[in-house]
Design a binder for this molecule. Sequence first.
Ligand SMILES: Cc1cc2nc3c(=O)[nH]c(=O)nc-3n(C[C@H](O)[C@H](O)[C@H](O)COP(=O)(O)OP(=O)(O)OC[C@H]3O[C@@H](n4cnc5c(N)ncnc54)[C@H](O)[C@@H]3O)c2cc1C
Length: 196
Amino acid sequence: MVVVGGGVVGLSAAVRLQETGRSVCVLTADPPERTTSHLATAIWFPTGFGDQDGVLGWARRAFEVFSALAEVPGSGVVMRDSLMLLRSPAKTPWWAEAVGGVERVGSEEVPPPYTGGYRFTVPLVEMPVHLPWLLERFVSSGGVVEERAVDSFREAAAGGWKRWNNFREAAAGGWKRWNNCERKRGGKTEHSPRSA
Ligand SMILES: Cc1cc2nc3c(=O)[nH]c(=O)nc-3n(C[C@H](O)[C@H](O)[C@H](O)COP(=O)(O)OP(=O)(O)OC[C@H]3O[C@@H](n4cnc5c(N)ncnc54)[C@H](O)[C@@H]3O)c2cc1C
């Protein structure tokens, strides 16, 4: 099975798929430190317009998963007390249930021009820690990463399956770790046996 993308979405999906017993290869144009994911503040918050298309369910699930990861040493996830400041009174936020409820804050507790707010506790993900942790989890259970851009999912699927044996060879030859990408960053480019 091929996953395109080595940001937080791709690596998380790859880890989950690997855990179901599938053999997974991640194809990514960039190493983790050059993804948008690496730059993210990565605090849990469902930015958007309310519970459209089941966003609340995803938000709740993400909260559960990242809260659990906050208990795992080295995952880069921590729980953070948060204060949301408001300029005008508002109803309880639509996502409050996903975080186990919010505490209302009165005007006496916030500086002008704010008139109140909410307190709640949410997961915050230190991405420079979390992405390498995900990657290590993936490759240590047999996952393979190839740094390569693809033009279409069709190309990714066709190439990935055809070359699966070579991915295995590549992994056996030491290509399974992302340290080749680090060497690439250092100016020297290495390719898997497949692409050499
Ligand atoms: C400054 C900032 C702050 C943010 N803060 C938050 C926050 O607090 N909370 C929050 O939830 N979100 C936040 N975000 C948004 C969050 O970063 C993104 O939603 C998330 O990182 C997207 O992850 P991704 O894995 O989908 O994409 P990316 O991290 O962009 O990864 C995409 C991957 O796909 C690969 N790729 C792309 N094209 C190809 C191709 N043709 N072939 C092969 N590989 C390809 C790339 O190389 C990369 O590996 C923030 C974003 C920014 C920029």
